[in-house]
Structure formats: structure tokens, C-alpha cells
Design a protein around this ligand. Structure first.
Ligand code: ADP
Ligand code: NI
Length: 214
């Protein structure tokens, strides 16, 4: 029964993300779902909730749908169609609404299932895949891979810092290197440590080749 719900949802999500190019493609969803299932197998939690929330987690993002309200409505309709009961539906929607790390409004996630899906999503922003996604994103936006002014950020005023053009390497410092300390679960932390270490090695080599001290 659950297998049918999951495979139907996979097929639906794949169709929704067909034209997606902002880093929220189906392969990202597939990696996050697998990672979340692996963490849930160790940490516990409902496998159905973890799986559905992972599969649906990017469908209400305004980078994917025209507006979030419409995204929430579509996901709600889908879960109703799959006969997911009201409390599980609410739980899944709460997870996907709160896991995105957007600017300041960071609500701490509460349920174990929410913590697991958030950890899995963050892990996909780390490690080799994380590096690749960051450069893809920057390329898509027309950002530079690095701007040497960034090396002087520690001695700049806030206004000077804001004038540095966005870059892929800048994103490591703005977000990626902080994720390790934001992980929720023990298993998530363990996995993040390894991927974080890879980011540090990558940066070291990058600066070495660039001719700058890290
Ligand atoms: P998700 O919703 O999957 O958590 P995001 O929408 O925050 O991810 O970002 C998708 C991918 O693009 C991630 O790998 C992220 O690190 C990368 N990314 C997001 N913002 C930037 C940016 N300003 N510069 C470079 N990469 C970015
Ligand atoms: Ni995601």
C-alpha cells in the first residue's frame, strides 16, 4: 500500500519538476529522499512521512512554483488523493514549509521526521555534490566563480562587503560552511562532518591554485 503511494508520488513529482533548472531537479529530490530514508533507518521516525516530505519538499518553493500558496494547495490536493489522513497531511506540510533555510526567518524544526528531512536537504548542499550545485547555480545566475575582493572581507565595512559581486566561492562562506553546525540529528551531523571537510579541502586547493592564501 505505502509502496504504491510512494511510487505514484515519485511519478507526480517528476512531472512537476520536469522543467526545473534552479537546482531543485528530480535528481536532487532523489538524493535527498534516499539520504533521509537512510538517516531514518538509524534515527527512527515514520518512514512514510520522511519519504513523502522529502519527495515533496521543494514543490512549494517560489523558485519552482509561481507562488507558494498555490504550491501548498497542489501538495495538499495530492496528499488527499493519496488518502493520507489529516494529521499526517498537516505534518508533511509543516515539514516542507519549515525546512527551507531562507534568510533570517529560521524557525527551528520540531518533529524527528522534519529534522531528518532538513538534514538530508542540507547534506545535498555539502560535499562534492554541494560544490557542483553551487557552481551550477552561480553559472546559471551569471555570477563569477570567485572575486578576489572577497579575500579582504574581514577588514571591510558592511557597505563595502555588500558591494562585492556574488560568487560561487562567496556562497561557501555565506551558507555552506555554516551548515555543519546546524544539523539536527546525530547521524546527520556525522555525515555532515565528512562533507564539510571536503568543502574545506576544496577551498584550500582552490585558493592554492588561484594564488591566494585561504
Ligand atoms: P534547497 O532548497 O535544496 O535547500 P537552495 O534553493 O537554497 O536549496 O539552493 C539550491 C542549490 O543552489 C544549493 O546547492 C545551494 O547551495 C545553491 N545555491 C543557493 N544559493 C546560491 C548562491 N547565491 N550562490 C551559489 N549557489 C547557491
Ligand atoms: Ni532541496
Amino acid at each position: 500500500m505505502n509502496n504504491k503511494i510512494i511510487s505514484d508520488t515519485e511519478a507526480w513529482v517528476m512531472v512537476q519538476l520536469k522543467h526545473e533548472s534552479s537546482g531543485h531537479d528530480w535528481e536532487h529530490i532523489r538524493r535527498v529522499t534516499r539520504q533521509a530514508q537512510e538517516i531514518a533507518a538509524i534515527e527512527g521516525g515514520s518512514m512514510l512521512i520522511v519519504t513523502l516530505a522529502s519527495l515533496l519538499h521543494d514543490l512549494i518553493d517560489d523558485k519552482v512554483v509561481a507562488d507558494e500558496i498555490e504550491g501548498i494547495q497542489q501538495v495538499t490536493n495530492w496528499l488527499q488523493k493519496m488518502d493520507i489522513d489529516e494529521s499526517d497531511r498537516q505534518h508533511i506540510l509543516t515539514i516542507i514549509k519549515t525546512i527551507s533555510f531562507k534568510g533570517g526567518g529560521q524557525k527551528p524544526v520540531e518533529s524527528l521526521e522534519a529534522q531528518i528531512v532538513q538534514d538530508a536537504d542540507r547534506l545535498d548542499a555539502l560535499g562534492a555534490i554541494g560544490v557542483a550545485r553551487t557552481f551550477m547555480y552561480a553559472g546559471n545566475k551569471g555570477h563569477q566563480m570567485y572575486n578576489p575582493e572577497f579575500a579582504h572581507r574581514d577588514t571591510m565595512t558592511v557597505d563595502e562587503y555588500r558591494k562585492i559581486p556574488s560568487s560561487a566561492v562567496g556562497h561557501f562562506y555565506e551558507k555552506l560552511l555554516r551548515l555543519k553546525d546546524l544539523m539536527n540529528t546525530k547521524e546527520g551531523k556525522k555525515r555532515a562532518e565528512k562533507r564539510h571537510h571536503f568543502l574545506e579541502e576544496f577551498l584550500q586547493q582552490f585558493f592554492h591554485e588561484w594564488g591566494e592564501r585561504p
